[in-house]
Design a protein around this ligand. Structure first.
Ligand code: DAH
Length: 348
C-alpha cells in the first residue's frame, strides 16, 4: 500500500507541472483529493492494513494530501498573477485618444427672445420681477380698472379655477402685485406665462408669454414722452436701428391715454406686402399712461404719482424677429425646427 501511495504522489506531482492548464489541475484535484478519489479510497481500505503499519500509512496519506493541495494552490496563484500581468500589458491606456463628444443643447428660440428683450430693458435700468400665474379677479381685472361686465371677464376668454381663482390672461397683474408692496420710483419688467381660451393656431395659443413693463415716479416728472423714448429705444435695439416706430391712439381700461405701437414691416421695410396687408406697418405692443384708478387701487395718490406701462407678447415678437410664420412650431419641439436657432444664442 505504501508503494501504491508513492505512485499516487509521483503521478500527481508529475502531472502538476508548471505548464499544467486549469483543466489538468482540476482533473488531478478530483482524481486524487475528490470524494471518491484515490486518497479517499485508500482511507476506506485502512482495515486491510496491518495494525502496526496503520500510523505510517495514515501519516503518508496526510502528507501526500497536503503536498498535492499546496502544489495546486501554488499553481493557481501562479496562473492568477500571469493573467493579471497579461491583462495589464494589453489594456494600456492611451491618454492621447480623443474623448467622447457630448452633444450640447441650446436655448429655445422663445427663451432667446425673452432673454434678449430683458437684457435691453435691464441695460435701461429696469428691474426684472416675476409674479404669479395663478391670480384672483382683483389683480388680473379689478385693480386694472376692468368694469364688472367687461368681455375679457367672460368664461369664453378666461380659464377660471374652482374657488374663484383664475389663470392670468396677461402679465399686467405684475403692475398691481409690485406696486402694492413697493413705493415709487419704480422701473420694472415682468416676464411670464399667460392663458386664454384660444385654440392653438398659426397666430394664437392657449398658453403664451408676455413681458409687461412699467415706470412710476412723481407726477410732473414722468410723461408720455418717457414712454415714447423707452419704447422707441427698446424697439430699435431689438429689431435694428433703422426700424420705423409709430404710436397710434387706442384704448385699454388700465391706461389713459393709451397707444398701440407699430414697427415698420420687417419683410418689406415699409413698402407694403402681403404680411403687413400692404400697410407697411406691424402692430407690436400696447402701452399708455397708467390710469388714475389703477394707481388708486394700489394705494398711490394719482395727484402725487404718475407712470407709464406697456405689454407685449413674446411669441408674436419672436415670429416677427425670427421670420417664423406659424406659432405652433414653437410648441412642437421638433429639433429640425429648433436647430435653426442654435446660432442666435451664441450671438446674444
Ligand atoms: N395687457 C395687454 C394685453 O394683454 C397688453 C398691454 C397693453 C399692457 C397696454 C399694458 C398696456 O401695460 O399699457 O393685451
Amino acid at each position: 500500500m505504501k508503494a501504491q501511495l508513492e505512485e499516487i504522489r509521483t503521478r500527481a506531482l508529475g502531472e502538476l507541472s508548471d505548464e499544467a492548464d486549469e483543466a489538468q489541475i482540476e482533473a488531478v484535484r478530483v482524481r486524487v483529493l475528490g470524494r471518491s478519489g484515490e486518497l479517499t479510497e485508500i482511507m476506506r481500505r485502512m482495515r486491510e492494513v496491518p495494525p502496526a503499519e496503520k500510523p505510517l500509512v495514515g501519516r503518508l496519506v496526510n502528507e501526500i494530501k497536503n503536498e498535492v493541495e499546496a502544489r495546486i494552490a501554488q499553481l493557481v496563484e501562479h496562473r492568477r498573477r500571469e493573467a493579471l500581468s497579461r491583462s495589464l500589458a494589453e489594456a494600456r491606456l492611451d491618454v492621447t485618444l480623443p474623448g467622447l463628444r457630448m452633444p450640447r443643447g441650446w436655448s429655445h428660440p422663445l427663451t432667446q427672445t425673452r432673454e434678449r428683450m430683458l437684457e435691453i430693458f435691464e441695460a435701461m435700468g429696469f428691474e426684472v420681477v416675476e409674479t404669479q400665474d395663478l391670480e384672483d379677479d382683483f389683480h388680473n381685472f379689478g385693480a386694472l380698472n376692468f368694469p364688472p361686465d367687461h368681455p375679457a371677464r367672460e368664461m369664453q376668454d378666461t380659464f377660471f379655477l374652482p374657488g374663484g381663482m383664475l389663470l392670468r390672461t396677461h402679465t399686467s397683474n405684475g403692475q398691481i402685485r409690485v406696486m402694492e408692496r413697493r413705493s415709487p420710483p419704480l422701473a420694472i419688467v415682468c416676464p411670464g406665462n399667460c392663458y386664454r381660451r384660444d385654440e392653438l393656431s398659426v397666430r394664437a395659443s392657449p398658453m403664451f408669454s408676455q413681458i409687461e413693463g412699467f415706470m412710476v415716479d412723481r407726477a410732473g416728472v414722468i410723461s408720455m414722452a418717457h414712454l415714447k423714448g423707452v419704447i422707441a429705444e427698446f424697439l430699435r435695439a431689438f429689431f435694428g436701428p433703422d426700424t420705423g416706430v409709430r404710436f397710434r391712439a387706442s384704448f385699454f381700461p388700465f391706461t389713459e391715454p393709451s397707444a398701440e405701437v407699430d414697427i415698420s414691416c420687417l419683410l418689406c421695410k415699409g413698402a407694403g406686402c402681403r404680411v403687413c396687408k400692404q400697410s407697411g406697418w406691424t402692430e407690436i405692443l400696447g402701452s399708455g399712461m397708467i390710469h388714475p384708478n389703477v394707481l388708486r387701487a394700489v394705494g398711490y395718490d394719482p395727484m402725487q404719482y404718475a407712470g407709464f406701462a406697456f405689454g407685449m407678447g413674446i411669441e408674436r415678437t419672436s415670429l416677427l424677429k425670427l421670420g417664423v410664420d406659424d406659432m405652433r412650431l414653437f410648441f412642437e419641439n421638433d429639433l429640425r425646427f429648433l436647430a435653426q436657432f442654435r446660432a442666435g444664442e451664441a450671438a446674444s
